[in-house]
Ligand binder design. Structure first.
Ligand SMILES: [Zn+2]
Length: 376
């Protein structure tokens, strides 16, 4: 699978800084020239007709850019043009400080990149996080260098081999919510993982303390206020990474597929007051996408099921409790089964997925025994 690694560049010499500035400046002009060429072309642009129409002229105008870079500028211009056709508005002008390189033109060595800039091959050193080191040994694709604020960043796409997929003996159902961000259960109701919502509250309190302290200091010194928004976003991102990784490793260890609900938005559930304010910062869609991609990486199958009835059905006997009002404890009037609301829902989700893989294995006439054993 493809991963994109974002890495900050180490401080550059003045000469390398100048080379990058000149190159991104030229790339920007080049993309805008391609956009003008599209207008002159007067028909729907594609890689063939646009290349024939303007490549030679643009190539001659930018001798400092590598020919593959000029082609990437063309592809980018076509993309920009197509999205403008779709979305309308003013005719687009490209103004990012960025440059694209094809994988074959870039070398990765000594924790850095070697790229063609202004007709030379230039080494650009990177800060490589520990967890990225192992990824850099794999074959890389496109490399994008971009200036964000005052810093330069490299975005390197790498092809990471996926782990041999497991043959699941069962499932782990995942319920996402407010009191508990995540509760996971196997199809027999054994809890596999739980992340309580109060991690958000604790973090919020911590941030408030931190901000208050910083504000005092800054007010005293410069008379300005401090902001902490970026720290919030990073926290959510880091926490989602951690949750997703723990879940996927657990599923791999237990030899089980992960079952998620197909959610269009979150289910209508009563939100606790103190959490409500923080929830806009919490992204369940992000958590689901992180779980999905890590699962792929670790060879854990992911199954999506319909959310219908998962919180109102008794996970023990299957009775549908129509008037269940999302209390914290689920009680079944039929079989007297009692369980934490989220655990009951997670088990129902696990069961739905379990039925699906059972059918699949039955259909394939293989591994069916295996599944039966688990059911006992
Ligand atoms: Zn029941």
């Amino acid at each position: 699978m493809k991963l994109t690694l974002k890495m900050k560049m180490r401080p550059l010499t003045r000469n390398k800084e100048w080379l990058l500035e000149q190159s991104t400046e030229a790339f920007k002009d080049c993309v805008n020239d391609w956009l003008s060429a599209i207008v002159q072309l007067g028909e729907k642009p594609n890689r063939g007709n646009l290349h024939n129409f303007a490549y030679r002229a643009i190539r001659d105008k930018y001798p400092q850019l590598h020919s593959n870079v000029i082609q990437d500028a063309m592809n980018l211009a076509i993309e920009i043009y197509r999205s403008w056709l779709k979305n309308g508005g003013e005719f687009p002008e490209f103004h990012s400080n960025v440059i694209y390189f094809k994988g074959v033109d870039v070398g990765i060595e000594n924790n850095g990149l070697v790229v063609p800039l202004m007709g030379r091959r230039v080494y650009l050193p990177l800060y490589v996080p520990k967890k990225y080191k192992k990824y850099l040994q794999y074959k890389h694709g496109r490399v994008i260098i971009k200036r964000i604020g005052k810093e330069w960043y490299a975005f390197i796409s790498v092809h990471v081999p996926e782990k041999e997929p497991i043959k699941p003996v069962g499932t782990i159902g995942v319920d996402l919510g407010y009191y508990n961000l995540l509760v996971a259960s196997d199809e027999r109701g054994r809890e596999a993982m739980r992340v309580q919502g109060d991690v958000l509250i604790k973090h919020k309190e911590y941030l408030e303390k931190l901000t208050a302290r910083r504000q005092q200091r800054l007010m005293k010194k410069f008379g300005i206020y401090a902001k902490t928004n970026h720290k919030d976003r990073r926290f959510v991102n880091d926490l989602n990474h951690k949750i997703a990784k723990e879940l996927v490793l657990k599923a791999r260890q237990l030899n089980r597929a992960i079952v998620l609900e197909k959610l269009k938005g979150l289910k209508k559930q009563k939100k606790p007051k103190q959490l409500r304010k923080m929830l806009h910062r919490w992204s369940y869609a992000d958590l689901i996408s992180k779980i999905t991609y890590k699962a792929k990486l670790y060879g854990v199958p992911v199954i999506f099921v319909s959310p219908r009835g998962t919180s109102k059905t008794c996970s023990n006997c299957g009775y549908y409790v129509k008037n269940f009002k999302d209390e914290r404890v689920f009680k079944c009037p039929k079989c007297c089964f009692e369980a934490d609301r989220d655990l009951n829902a997670a088990r129902n989700i696990a069961k739905k997925g379990f039925n699906l893989i059972s059918e699949f294995f039955h259909f394939k006439k293989q591994g069916f025994q295996h599944i039966e054993e688990v059911r006992e």
